[in-house]
Design a protein around this ligand. Structure first.
Ligand code: CU
Length: 309
């Protein structure tokens, strides 16, 4: 192969890389060093039996526990546990969702709201930020939370929301690329819930989408998704490059055999290193089974972007 032909092919290769939105990691700082993992709880919630008043907790709280000092968040893992810290089987108690909020930051996509930086539902989508990226938290940032948990058993039950935080106490603005969480919700900035009519027949699909123009240039490094039972997948699409990432829901039984309360067991996250261009459109699409109605469902992706402008 002669040099000229090789360089043309290299250029073509580079072209397809850019077209796909993926960019190489260059001039990276060292990162924030060793990761410490600490476990925190919200609760207890003393939930009555399913079907009784008090079987659910759907509320919010300011000032929930967090690591002390300033640090960079690298990982988050959520679960429902009992008083001993033992995970509660998912058919016994249902984590509709939990969100953690940094009250010192303002949400990028929804003005006037504090920044929702991490969360999960029944699928328990984890957060994983590779070096040199992290979510920097100030020493005095107050963490708040909102959640919805539900007893699914016919016995009263005490549950806690548990979150494990992996963080770097050595992370600073100098050694770390600080990411901004984009709380992308197919309903926009309102109550997050919508209904699937369920009138399409066997195998039909209901879709709900929303498009934003990127407020800054940057690089997206991770996205995690949240769907309720009946959700098929979430797609985050870059309308400029055509790059997209699909977060697929996984169930422990076939879609047509579940009732509307049967949540995903997992949703594939999107590890990424994709260029984000200011002013270009980005679309989140949630797809749901439309063979039966699903009430009060959600389609949300938390995407983490390192802003460069
Ligand atoms: Cu939800």
């Amino acid at each position: 192969m002669n040099t000229r032909r090789f360089s043309i092919m290299a250029l073509l290769g580079l072209g397809s890389l850019v077209a796909a939105g993926c960019v190489p990691l260059v001039n990276a700082p060292s990162g924030g060093g060793a990761v410490t993992t600490s476990t925190y709880k919200i609760g207890p919630f003393n939930l009555a039996a399913l079907g009784q008043p008090g079987s659910e907790s759907e509320t919010s709280k300011t000032n929930v526990p967090r690591p002390a000092g300033a640090f960079g968040v690298k990982t988050m893992d959520f679960d429902l546990v009992d008083g001993n810290g033992t995970p509660i089987p998912r058919h016994m108690a249902h984590l509709h969702h939990v969100l953690l909020i940094d009250s010192a930051h303002t949400d990028v996509l929804c003005a006037g709201r504090a920044e929702r930086f991490s969360g999960a539902g029944a699928e328990r989508t984890p957060l994983r930020l590779p070096d040199p990226y992290a979510y920097l938290v100030g020493a005095n940032d107050r963490w708040d939370s909102l959640w919805h948990v539900m007893n699914m058993s016919d016995m009263p039950m005490t549950v806690y929301i548990q979150y494990k935080v992996g963080y770097q106490t050595g992370a600073t603005a100098a050694n770390t690329r600080n990411v901004v969480p984009y709380f992308a919700d197919v309903t926009g900035c309102g109550g997050s819930v919508f209904n699937v009519p369920g009138n399409g027949g066997m195998g039909s699909v209901y879709t709900k989408s929303r498009t934003w123009n990127a407020p800054t240039d940057g690089i997206m490094v991770y996205a995690g998704g949240h769907l309720h039972g009946g959700g098929i997948d979430l797609t985050l699409r870059d309308g400029f490059s055509g790059a997209q990432c699909v977060m697929t829901a996984h169930y422990d039984m076939p879609m047509g055999m579940m009732d509307g309360m049967h949540p995903p067991m997992s949703i594939d996250p999107c590890p990424a290193h994709n260029l984000v261009i200011k002013g270009k459109p980005y679309t989140l699409t949630a797809r749901y089974d439309n063979s039966q109605p699903y009430i009060d469902v959600m389609g949300i992706a938390l995407a983490y972007i390192w802003p460069t402008s």
